[in-house]
Design a protein around this ligand. Structure first.
Ligand code: IPE
Ligand code: IPE
Ligand code: MG
Length: 255
């Protein structure tokens, strides 16, 4: 029996976030330039997007390019940008056929006019889709995002439109680029690295973490479904003590 059959359809995580890591090592191990690993990674993106949609995941956030990734060699960055533009065009049928809405979080202003135009076009063309939001984290940095939120809050306080007494976690969350969706229930990182690398620091406070040793280009549908099954075996407590009978039935089915 495959992992898809083992996924409990009633307990599918609403939001799955993925740190797609290991493209460079995948290529290097084959004696190929790093950029070839990124090209190979697109196939994994396609598989996982379809798998997430099929499983009923409502929000899928993919860490595609960090703010720190700009510091990579020029050739690699430009290969990644070209790949992004070609994917936004090439994958449009996938988004439209699967009723997927594209979203972007990150410092969009950092991109070239060509990339910005391709992003805008993809956002516009998919804006009416409702079955799943595919959120691309591009030029994303969680610390930058939190700093932006702090700046916005400070400006509102300065303008007299916000009482400092009303600054609480909900207020901060509303100022983040992820305000339109719930926090990730499950965070997956591939490639064996056990770190967060400045991704969604605020939002993953109570996310379940799943680390896969597999390089991103080798990650596939079955591995994604396995992560969902492992997630469903966890007991999420949010700091509380759950009663043996299963407070609000949360423990039921989680063995
Ligand atoms: C992830 O793979 C993709 C991006 C960061 C754009 P890497 O390029 O980081 O691959 P490794 O970690 O060097 O193997
Ligand atoms: C995180 O991976 C960013 C993306 C997957 C886009 P990195 O490869 O950039 O992170 P580090 O350098 O291993 O922490
Ligand atoms: Mg990496």
């Amino acid at each position: 029996m495959g992992f898809l059959q083992a996924v409990d359809k009633e307990k599918v995580p609403c939001h799955v976030a993925i740190i797609m890591d290991g493209n460079g090592r995948w290529a290097q191990e084959r004696g190929l330039p790093r950029a070839r690993g990124h090209v190979a990674g697109v196939e994994a993106v396609r598989k996982v997007v379809k798998a997430a949609r099929r499983a009923g995941v409502r929000y899928l956030t993919l860490y595609a390019f960090s703010a720190e990734n700009w510091a990579r060699p020029k050739e690699e960055v430009s290969a990644l940008m070209d790949l992004l533009v070609s994917c936004l065009h090439g994958e449009m049928p996938l988004f439209l056929e699967n009723d997927i809405r594209l979203r972007v979080i990150g410092q969009e202003e950092a991109f070239s006019p060509e990339v910005k135009a391709a992003l805008q076009e993809a956002l516009d063309k998919t804006a009416a889709n409702r079955s799943m939001d595919l959120v691309l984290a591009l030029s994303y940095s969680a610390r930058w995002e939190i700093s932006q939120a702090a700046r916005r809050i400070a400006q509102e306080v300065k303008a007299g439109t916000l009482d400092p007494e009303r600054i609480d976690p909900d207020c901060v969350a509303r100022c983040l680029s992820t305000a339109f969706m719930p926090d990730p229930d499950l965070l997956i990182r591939t490639s064996g690295e056990l770190r967060i690398s400045n991704f969604l620091l605020w939002q993953i406070a109570y996310s379940e973490l799943f680390f896969s040793p597999v390089y991103w280009p080798d990650f596939d549908e079955e591995m994604f479904y396995e992560a969902l099954v492992r997630y469903q075996q966890r007991e999420r407590r949010f700091g509380k003590v759950l009663s043996a009978t299963g407070e609000s039935g949360k423990r039921t089915g989680l063995q």
